[in-house]
Design a protein around this ligand. Structure first.
Ligand code: FCB
Length: 499
């Protein structure tokens, strides 16, 4: 049953930030405009078989040319904050060396336009758009990429640092490592399996260097990182399923959170690392675990894990499997199984809102010094039902996405309840929730097949049409009690007003 809008509005604490999120590569298009350099994703997406139906990201939502319209949509929604990412190759086409002023100016205008509309900017430095030149030099397998990200953070700080309210250094390094380097389903398309481990360390080091650069530049905004987190639940009480869930937890969750929040890698990973002849320096861990102003959590679903290959009997060697990881395709060791009785999104992701409470509780237990938390992404893709009214005055198109409304209402409510007094994660200071996503967009390898937007985009005409979920969130935002002060009240006024 959906939680009533008014019940939810009353539950939202004052000063709780409700925002919307996007990323540059997924919405901007304009891939050749104004001196943008090529990215590894441009090349990966062009290769046959990588993207569902051969969809191209080169135009996408064309947000680069429609920024005013999109900011107007956020303004009309009434959101407190907008999380977006900087396109690294748009700003620094080679990933090192000269800055492309025209590219940087785009973000300068965007930040000013947001502030002029009382929308607080949360900027992600790295949301997977690696300049091609860096990918060609080894990408995140190359330690040098971490230093390049540190330099890029300084460029961003000098240009936008006076006005950005919050910085996210790196988005979901786990997805880059697993999808991009271990399994080859994201750019740069490497299938290195366990040998992808150095990409974990280099991304986290890049995070540390970016924090250092932002702090040395003296930016007034708050700084954090965003990790995805999915509680790993064994499919049965059997020992092998439990070991499998533990392994997934170590590889997907702890591997990326422990170094940042505890200053060390999980023991299992340190052991596995011996197979990869890759060394971890103590100074690196000090950089990686620098204190943060907030911790970003992307939460979509829990994961149910079973031992063995899907549909096959558990391999006899499973008990000794941890030692065999270097030689074995991970998919044969364990697999993800459907959640019994759960509805799913169009992606097939189980919808089990109470596991957001489990995720928060696990985080609070594991990381006693956790800084305040923002849920920097949450949302769902559905096969949206599009009804044509035939009457342009009525908006022409109606999208009744009730399932998305229910997903968002249930998850926002669960997060707030879990972190309130008496909740499962009451020690966490939860500061906000960002809906993924403002717009239907280029969903990586799924192309345009997985719409997550509050706003529908017709990818032939590029027309934007708010869905029922947009109007639902608009009502929620105007019915709640807060915020007591604008989210950017600690920052100077916009440098200039855009007419
Ligand atoms: C997250 C990504 C984001 C989007 C959503 C659906 O893993 O950070 O770009 O693809 O999933």
């Amino acid at each position: 049953m959906a939680i009533s809008d008014l019940g939810l509005a009353d539950a939202i604490p004052p000063d709780f930030t409700l925002g919307v999120a996007t990323s540059a590569f997924q919405i901007e298009g304009a891939a050749d405009a104004d001196g943008r350099g090529p990215s590894g994703w441009d090349v990966f997406a062009r290769q046959p078989g990588h993207i569902v139906d051969g969809h191209s990201p080169m135009v996408s939502c064309d947000h680069y040319h429609r920024m005013h319209e999109d900011v107007a949509l956020i303004k009309a929604l009434g959101a407190d904050s907008y999380r977006f990412s900087l396109s690294w190759p748009r700003i620094q086409p080679q990933g090192s060396g000269p800055v492309n002023k025209a590219g940087l100016d785009f973000y300068d205008r965007l930040v000013d336009e947001l502030l002029a509309n009382d929308i607080s900017p949360m900027v992600t430095l790295y949301h997977w758009e690696t300049p091609l030149a860096l990918d060609e030099a080894g990408g995140w397998m190359n330690r040098d990429t971490a230093y390049r990200l540190g330099d890029f953070a300084d460029i961003a700080a000098q240009a936008l640092g006076d006005r950005v309210r919050r910085w996210v250094t790196v988005n979901e390094p786990a997805t880059v490592t697993v999808n991009g380097y271990a399994l080859g389903i994201h750019a740069p398309g490497e299938s290195l399996f366990l040998k992808a481990l150095p990409t974990v360390h280099h991304q986290l080091l890049g995070h540390g260097l970016a924090v250092q650069a932002l702090r040395s530049a003296g930016v007034p905004g708050e700084i954090g990182i965003t990790n995805v987190y999915s509680p790993m639940v064994p499919a049965s009480d059997g020992a092998l399923d439990k070991i499998s869930a533990g392994l997934m937890d170590a590889v997907q969750n702890r591997l990326f959170a422990d170094p940042v929040l505890l200053g060390k890698y999980p023991a299992l990973v340190s052991a596995a690392n011996m197979l990869t002849s890759f060394s971890i320096d103590d100074d690196d861990l000090a950089l990686i675990s620098q204190p943060l102003d907030f911790y970003g959590l992307n939460y979509y679903m829990p994961t149910r894990v079973a031992a063995g290959a899907s549909g096959d009997p558990v391999p006899e060697a499973m008990a000794g499997a941890l030692g065999d990881l270097g030689e074995t395709v991970p998919g044969a060791l364990l697999h993800i199984t459907p959640w019994p009785g759960a509805e799913t999104t169009a992606y097939g992701w189980p919808i089990v809102p109470e596991y957001l409470s489990v995720a928060l509780a696990e985080l609070s237990e594991r990381y006693p010094d956790l800084p305040p938390v923002f849920i920097t992404e949450g949302g769902a893709s559905f096969d949206d039902r599009i009804t044509r009214t035939g009457d342009p005055a009525e908006g022409d198109v109606v999208i009744a996405d009730e399932a998305r409304i229910r997903y968002l209402a249930d998850h926002i409510h669960t997060a707030i309840a879990a972190t309130s007094a008496g909740g499962a994660a009451e020690s966490i200071a939860l500061r906000g929730y960002y809906v993924w996503s403002l717009l239907d967009n280029f969903e990586w390898q799924a192309g345009y097949q997985q719409p997550f937007g509050l706003v529908h985009v017709d990818f032939s005409s590029l027309k934007r049409t708010p869905k029922a979920s947009y109007y639902w969130l608009q009502k929620l935002l105007s019915a709640r009690r807060g915020p007591t002060a604008p989210d950017d009240s600690k920052l100077p006024a916009p440098r200039r007003t855009i007419g």
